[in-house]
Structures are given as structure tokens and as C-alpha cells.
Design a protein around this ligand. Sequence first.
Ligand SMILES: [Zn+2]
Length: 469
Amino acid sequence: MSWFHTNFVLPVAEPQRYVGLSRRLGEIRKFERMPEQQQRTAQQQRLRTLLEHAYNTVPYYRKQFDDAGFHPSQARIDQPIPLPVMTRDVLRDKSDLLLSTAFKPEELKIAASSGTTSTPVTFRRDVEGLRNKVALNFQLNTWAGYEPGDSVMMLWGAHRDLTMEPSWRWRLYEEVLMHRTSAPSGLINDEILERFRLRYEKQRPKVLYGYSTVLAVFASYLRQCGMRHKPSIVIATAEVLNEQNRKLIESVFDIPVFVHYGSRDTGMISAECSEHEGLHFHPWGSYVEFDRIGDTPDGPSYRILVTDLLNYGQPFIRYDTGDCVTLAIQRCSCGRWFPLASQILGRVADGILLANGGIVPGVTIGCQMTSLQQNFQAILQVQVVQKSHQHLHLRYVVRDQSTAEFQELESICNGIDSLIHQKMRWTLEKVSALPRERSGKIRLCLSEIKTPRSTFAAPFQAEQTLVQL
Ligand SMILES: [Zn+2]
């Protein structure tokens, strides 16, 4: 099934993503079989090739390298690249200077960064880069035992999956060809959980794949209602899986959860191996620097600066994803030298609690902002504070000179209202900076409601579960 899917079904179904998938997977697996020193040499060469491409074809980076007096051929993977950090603000400001002249603009695919740590920004990537990212994602899935063609139920709210009743063509493609069932997680309540459960028992998926909090609440619901089928693999992604939710999921399904980490900007770049001692950043896809930013009881926290080794259309060098990690002290028992994060500290967001007992997971607020398909120019960061079941308070940071502020605020508030399916009372507060937690991260959603009218609110409320921070 896996071979047939990789070589025939996927490349024909979605050529833009899957052409050459088999060859790409072969390349990554060959890399993984190399001895450590050869892998390090290969990663350094991949880094230099990407940097040289950026130097030769991206005006912004040509200047950055020249200003730093540094040539790409000098780059080493045991030293930081001596260039300034690439932030989302730079992406906003310099968008015309960041594209590689090796590609025609129409050859590059447009995408938007995630909206969980700051307002989304659009960027571009080349098609080969996209296909390589898809292949790496598949390879990280196979670390968990999830092979192409395996039946999977996805509990998430990527915007194209958001409709509860998708067209028959979509269902034919997703369910028959891809063996995927999507359970959209924009809003969670008893009725929706029951629909998830019925789909789950009917499809009997090998793999459950989804947002960490939604997986936790679904596990809790299954335990409450009784469960006939058990999946073989559970993969949690898109937001932090705290210890409480991990224990809940593992106790219900009786298997360890695999955590994957990535972002819309970089693709999936790290994953747990079968030892579950942390998340490995895969050196075939990126070169990651760790920049100390704060402290936690478990040791220093670092922001992660990603140099993407796959996107040649708009190279990302030392890109600040907005997420932080703590690092493992010891090498993983699997023997891999790949950098190992013991915890990802970004992407923690409370859910928004509704008066009727429903909950909108915090992570879907970030996704909703991305799906607005807007390049935010005035609003740089937001934080949604839930004051009551009807009242949301928006803290926001603007850049100095901005004319689009009002229109962008309206778009954010309307976007969240449409996700919640009700008109909330909004109050607005312009601030110079959003408060960071001790670990260095900024929380997108905070709920001040202490007594939720829901039996399944606990997995969505980050505050109770941040004891390790
Ligand atoms: Zn490992």
C-alpha cells in the first residue's frame, strides 16, 4: 500500500506536492543511513549551497553578507551564521528584496506564516522546496510508524478542512484516495465530539493526527462514552502538548504519543523518535540555532532561529519562528546527534469558552488569522483576553507609522467572531509590547473565566498546566 501510494496515487492526485516523492524519500533515507560525520558534512554543504544561492540571487542577503564581511563558503554548522536575525517585521518590510531572482515571480507559490506568535505575513516558496518539505514531513511520520496510504483521522482546523459537510468530490479524494478523514476542530462541543466519535468508530483509523488539545479532549470524550477501536499511532502537533494532556491521551489509547513540531513558514522540521526523549530537528531540512532568551525551572529557554535548507524561492536565514524550546542535556538513546529539544514552549493558548458550553481551541484562532490571507502591515502582534462569555479584549502592538490599523483590527475581530459563530463585545487596547511569560513566549489567548460551563474545558486551559514552566 505504501509503495503504491508513494509512487502512483499521490503524484497523480496532487502533482504540485507529490511529484518525485519516492525519490525524495529515498534521498532523505540515504542521508539518515550515513555515519554521523558524513551527515554533518552533508548538512554543512547543504547550508553553504543555500547561503551561496541567497548571496548570488537575493538582493537583501547580498547586502547582509557584504555588510557582515562574511562569505557563504565560510559557513559552519558548529557556529552561528553572523547575520542579523530574520524577523517577521523584515518579511513585512522587505518583501520585494527577499525573493530569489533565479525564479520568475509566477513560479513561486504564495503562503502565509502562522498567526499564533504574531500577525501572519505572506511569503513565497519554490515548488521543489514545497515537495521536499512534504517528503520530509512523510519521513518524520514514518518515525512514528505512519506510512503513506495508512488510514488516518485528522483532528484539526486547517482552513480548507473547516466545513463540516465537505463536497462529495472532496470526500472521495480525501477518504478513498488518501485514506484521510478530517474532523474540523474550529469549534468543540458535545455535538461535534459525538460526530468525531461516530466517524472514528466507522473509519477505525490506524493513525490519529491532530492538535494536541483537541486530541486530549477527544480522548477524554472517548473514555467517557466508551471506545471500541484503538488507533496504533497518535501524533500531536501544532501546539504544545503539556504533561497533563500527554498522560490523558496515553492512558486512553494505551500507546505513547509522538509529538511533531513545525510551522507554516518552515514546514515540519522536528519530531520525536521512538525513544520519546525530545524532538529532533532534522538536519536534512534545516539548520537551527538556539538563542538563549529566558529561564525555566527545567533550564534555559532558547528561541529557535531556523535556516531553511529547502526553500530556494525565498530563502529564510536565521528566521525567528517566535517559538522557544528547552534543550536536552544528553544525547537521545536512539543515538541520533540531531539537535534535541526537550520541550517546545511556544504555541500555548487558552481556548475561548462559550456560554453554551462550547469551546474554540486557542490554536485555531491562530489558524483563523492565517486564513484571513492578509499581509498585516499595521498590527504586529495581538493577544486575545477573554473577560466573559460575551466579551473579548484585544491587546495589540502596532508599528510606528501605520494607516491600516483600523481596517486590520476589524478584520481580526470579524475573523474571530466568524470562527466562534457569534458576535462578541470587543474592547481594544494598544500596548507598546505584549507581556512575555518567564520562558520568553507570548500567549495568544488568555481566558479569565474561572468556572467554564463545560465538562471538557480542562485540556484547553493552558494556565492550569504550565507548572513545568
Ligand atoms: Zn531519538
